[in-house]
Design a protein around this ligand. Structure first.
Ligand code: C2E
Ligand code: MG
Ligand code: MG
Length: 802
């Protein structure tokens, strides 16, 4: 130690020693900066960094050595052989690069140790190769133990530097690494120097062409400084580049709509603005927190593979409702940087909007748009589920089919808005009457279903609910200042007695409903096995009729009316016929009620009126044409304008058109019917009272409206001379007509006897098979073009087949 100090203080120029130390320190610090970059890189970039590290480290060691050598003043002439000097530089660079390569090959202490040993040996080799290039006027005598010690010191310094600061990321720790390495190098050098004793020998000559100390210092100092500065510059440029790249990536990530979060070992490493917003916390709050299980939970545990898409929930840090999310995860690896390996980046997509849209679509698919009740589809599913439920629980189940009485009329009379309001109100009342697990649904139109799931005994529970429903639905509905009153008819089927499937229960409840409507509406009926074929038959008929109207299966036949006095045909009654494709001719008495019940009468009546007027308008003689109106047509406020329009379109004179109505039709809504009749009459159309005698036959009916004709029902005419009562009634009606000055027509006149009687009683017109049967339009030409008389050649010749 003493020798070391003596050597340093007495044989060296201390100013140059300081320069050597400074170069060494700067070089070693730069080496550690570069080494840290190298450890973070891969592939070619890594090799480039290694080369630069080796170069900077090698040249620093080398420069330190030679500047310190120049500082060495043994008091004799000295010089340096260029070959040895250059060789020592190459050795230094090679050993340094090798040492750092070994140290960084794997992140273990063994590697640091091996790398340190290699670097230490490199410094020693450089030193002693450099010493071999040293020439002075004397003999160098070596102290081998000190040489060994110097090598040991070099190895110790390098090893300590690598172990303590090999993985340093901060400048402070890199400075410590650089300092330790520098210490190793300097102590190796000066210990090595103290191992020599120079025995002056004037016989040894120092050649002139050797490098002198001054040139060496200048050359070594400037080249090394440039290399060191170059290294530092490279580090600075690289840091700046990666910082701005990072900044760009961060800006890009923050602009992303999706949340992005980087995770390392399950903890949050980084996140973008969207993720922070989703998680309801700042980035600094999030970094370091465990992500999985705490903030993010997945629906089911799926393996954490690359590119996996999973769904789950995000729990905001500040509390609040869980957010449904979709997560895509991918291992992050940019190929050149070691720091990014082992990181997983997750893209987190907020599914709230999508879920809300899905929910809305599901709702629309399952519910009726107008009333918000379940629709037909979901009813079937829910009913099936309810059947399963009661099967398991032992509760009872009833299906109640509801139809609003007179809904179609209300809709026609008050308009669709009123109709909609009625349906919405009905739905509201159903929902407030029916409690879960029972439920209500709308099948369409004015048909509703209630499925009752109850604990009570059947049929008592269903009867109680049905009674309550009739009462609730019977209360008037206020709409735009009016009170609309509707009733309802209900049909009930019970599980399992009336059916075990959705279809059977619904069909049987529907059948019971049909019975309820038939029995006068405003009532409920339970399904009975006997409610069978007739109802099914009518259902089929309604379906066929709807199709038949569309397929033009309807025809109009015309039956002549003759003046009783002279037998001249003075008009025809239009009678609708239906030629069913498989069943043949179906009589109107069978299908007209079906048309009325199923809302088809409007279209049917419209068509007959149009057809009859068009046919009549084409006749040569201006004979009258009578068209029958059903009660529903009579109550439709649009009837007068329809008739008006048909008259204009067909060109038929209003006075030739006669509309036949029955007395009972008037009574459904007396005032409205009378209003319509007055408006029709104002058009110039004639109105006849059909089937007189079968209804109330009230005198007041005849007085309340100026009918143009009364038609005595054929049931009386056919009994003339057979039953006294019938004869009396016919006489009375004829008398009534006379006193009110309304002409009377007798229907169903079949015999000559009847003709004679009616003519004798002053009956105005006759209609019946004796005059002529209902006939297709092309069979009427002899009447519409020529005059016929019942008097000259009564009934037989006039007969036509129906
Ligand atoms: P209605 O208006 O009283 O028509 C007279 C019915 O008596 C017709 O029956 C006719 O064929 C039948 N008839 C005529 N002469 C005789 C006879 O001498 N003896 C017998 N036994 N019957 C006779 P149809 O065609 O079956 O019509 C039955 C009812 O159907 C009609 O009674 C009418 O109320 C209704 N109807 C017919 N066509 C239409 C229509 O276009 N619209 C409406 N709303 N109802 C119609
Ligand atoms: Mg008639
Ligand atoms: Mg009649």
């Amino acid at each position: 130690m003493l020798k070391f100090l003596t050597c340093l203080t007495t044989q060296h120029d201390l100013r140059l020693v300081l320069v050597a130390g400074a170069v060494c320190l700067a070089g070693c610090f730069t080496t550690f900066r570069l080494y840290s970059r190298m450890r973070g890189a891969r592939g070619v970039v890594r090799s480039a960094w290694l080369l630069l590290t080796g170069l900077v480290a090698g040249s620093s060691v080398w420069a330190t050595h030679f500047i310190a050598m120049v500082a060495f003043t043994p008091g004799l002439k000295t010089g340096y052989s260029p070959t040895g000097t250059l060789l020592s530089l190459m050795i230094a660079a090679l050993f340094m690069a090798g040492g750092f390569a070994v140290a960084s090959a794997q992140r273990t202490t063994t590697n640091d140790l091996a790398g340190g040993v290699l670097i230490g040996l490199g410094v020693a080799s450089m030193h002693y190769t450099g010493m071999s290039a040293f020439v002075t006027q004397g003999q160098l005598v070596w102290e081998h133990a000190t040489v060994g010690l110097s090598t040991l010191l070099g190895v110790a310094g390098a090893t300590a530097a690598l172990i303590l600061a090999g993985s340093a990321r901060t400048i402070r720790r890199q400075a410590i690494g650089g300092g330790l390495l520098c210490l190793g190098i300097v102590s190796l050098h000066f210990t090595g120097m103290s191992a020599i004793t120079i025995v002056p020998d004037m016989a040894v000559s120092v050649p002139e062409q050797l490098l002198s100390g001054g040139i060496l210092t200048l050359a070594v100092g400037s080249i090394t400084s440039m290399i060191i500065l170059g290294g530092l510059g490279a580090v600075a440029i690289e840091s700046q580049t990666s910082r701005s790249a990072l900044e760009r990536i961060r800006r890009l990530a923050n602009a992303a709509y999706e949340g992005l979060v980087v995770v390392q070992s399950g903890r949050i490493n980084d996140a973008n603005a969207a993720f922070c917003e989703l998680a309801g916390a700042s980035l600094s709050d999030l970094v370091g927190r465990p992500l999985f299980g705490e903030i993010l939970t997945f629906d089911e545990a799926s393996p954490n593979r690359e590119d996996v898409r999973r769904e789950g929930f995000l729990q905001p840090v500040a509390g609040g409702r869980e957010i449904p999310v979709e997560v895509f995860s991918r291992l992050m690896d940019d190929g050149a940087r070691v720091e990014t390996s082992g990181l997983t980046v997750l893209a987190v997509r907020d599914l709230r909007e999508r879920r809300a849209a899905e929910e809305k679509i599901r709702y629309l698919a399952e519910h009726d748009g107008l009333t918000g009740l379940l629709n037909r589809n979901s009813l079937q599913m829910r009913l099936a589920a309810a059947i399963d439920r009661v099967e398991a629980s032992g509760e009872s189940l009833a299906v109640i089919c509801i139809d609003l009485d007179h809904f179609k009329e209300a809709n026609d009379q008050h308009g669709h808005l009123a109709g909609d309001a009625l349906l919405v109100e009905t739905a509201r009342r159903l929902q407030s009457t029916v409690q879960a697990p029972s439920f209500a649904a709308r099948l369409g139109g004015d048909e509703f279903i209630v499925v009752q799931v109850a604990g009570g005994d059947q049929p008592a529970a269903a009867a109680e609910l049905a009674g309550r429903l009739i009462e609730t639905l019977g209360a008037p509905v206020a709409h735009e200042g009016q009170e609309l009153a509707l009733g309802s008819s209900l049909g009930v089927s019970l599980y399992p007695d009336d059916g075990r499937t959705v279809e059977a229960l619904m069909a049987n409840a529907d059948m019971a409903l049909y019975r309820a409507k038939e029995s006068g509406r405003g009532a409920y009926r339970f399904f009975k096995r006997e409610m069978d074929d007739t109802i099914r038959e009518r259902r089929n008929l309604a379906r066929d009729l709807r199709q038949g109207i569309a397929d033009n299966e309807l025809l109009v036949h015309y039956q002549p009316l003759a003046r009783a006095a002279d037998g001249d045909v003075c008009g025809f009654e239009a009678l609708v016929r239906w030629k069913h494709p498989t069943r043949g001719m179906i009589p109107p008495l069978e299908f007209i009620p079906v048309a009325e019940e199923n809302g088809l009468i409007g279209a049917l009546g419209d068509w007959v009126l149009r057809q009859a007027c068009a046919d009549a308008a084409a006749w040569e003689k201006p004979l009258r044409i009578a068209v029958n109106l059903s009660p529903l047509q009579l109550h439709n406020p649009a009837l007068p304008s329809l008739v008006h329009e048909v008259l204009i379109t067909t060109g038929l004179s209003p006075s030739r058109l006669e509309l036949e109505i029955t007395e009972s039709a008037l009574f459904k809504d007396y005032q409205r019917a009378l209003d319509n009749l007055r408006r029709l009459k104002a058009l110039g159309v004639r109105i006849a009272m059909d089937d007189f005698g079968t209804g109330f036959s009230s005198l007041s009916t005849l007085q309340s409206f100026p009918f143009d004709k009364i038609k005595i029902d054929k049931s009386f005419v056919e009994n003339i001379h057979r039953h006294d009562r019938a004869t009396v009634i016919v006489r009375a009606v004829l008398g009534l007509g006379r006193s009110l000055e309304i002409p009377v027509v007798a229907e169903g006149v079949e015999t000559e006897e009847q003709i004679l009687f009616l003519r004798g009683e002053d009956c105005a017109e006759l209609q019946g098979y004796a005059i002529g049967r209902p006939t297709p339009v092309d069979g009427l030409t002899e009447w519409t073009t020529a005059t016929r008389s019942v008097a000259t050649d009564p009934p037989r010749k006039a007969k036509r087949s129906a």
